[in-house]
Design a protein around this ligand. Structure first.
Ligand SMILES: [Zn+2]
Length: 173
């Protein structure tokens, strides 16, 4: 053991003393329980590596209207809405231009099956945004931001110290 070092080891959980401390509680009990059950819900569905590839897509039930209110019509810029049409394949939800549907002011007659479009978008997201390289870049950029923040703080402190020194020098003379 080096001088001054204390040999600290975490105690096993069975030896822990637990004391309820209401004043230290950050979230209340019901919320905590909800968070826990929500976490159990999403476990296994969350982002994970699969043979080096990131895979994290919303569960099927939630992604039904993935792009509604988000995607826009290429012709008029209006929002896309989901409309269910009864075709040969049964009732199929499709993305259609909201302006064409509402008042016919757009000439875009395209009806894109929601499932096809969602699949294409999710695949593109997985390919381009969820690659290990892309994620590493995001981490790198945020670290760079932190370094810049630290640098700015140090620069401010330095100016402050310089001012104080200048004041001291002025007071002496
Ligand atoms: Zn349109």
């Amino acid at each position: 053991m080096t001088w001054g070092q204390v040999d600290q080891r975490p105690r096993p959980e069975s030896e822990w003393l637990r004391t309820p401390a209401e004043h230290l509680r950050i979230v209340d009990e019901p919320l905590w329980r909800r968070v826990q059950s929500r976490r159990k819900d999403t476990e296994g569905r969350a982002v994970r590596f699969e043979s080096g590839r990131m895979s994290g897509r919303p569960p099927k039930s939630v992604s039904v209207n993935l792009l509604a209110g988000l995607a826009t019509c290429a012709l008029c810029g209006g929002g896309l809405i989901v409309e269910t049409s009864s075709g040969k394949r049964g009732r199929v939800p499709e993305y259609v231009c909201h302006r064409r549907r509402a008042n016919g002011t757009c000439s875009n007659a395209l009806r894109m099956p929601v499932a096809d479009m969602n699949e294409a978008v999710l695949q593109a997201v997985e390919e381009h945004a969820l690659t290990p390289e892309a994620i590493e870049l995001v981490i790198l950029l945020s670290e760079r931001d932190e370094a810049a923040d630290r640098q700015a703080t140090l620069a401010r402190e330095r100016k402050d110290v310089e001012k104080r020194i200048a004041r001291l020098v002025a007071a002496k003379s």
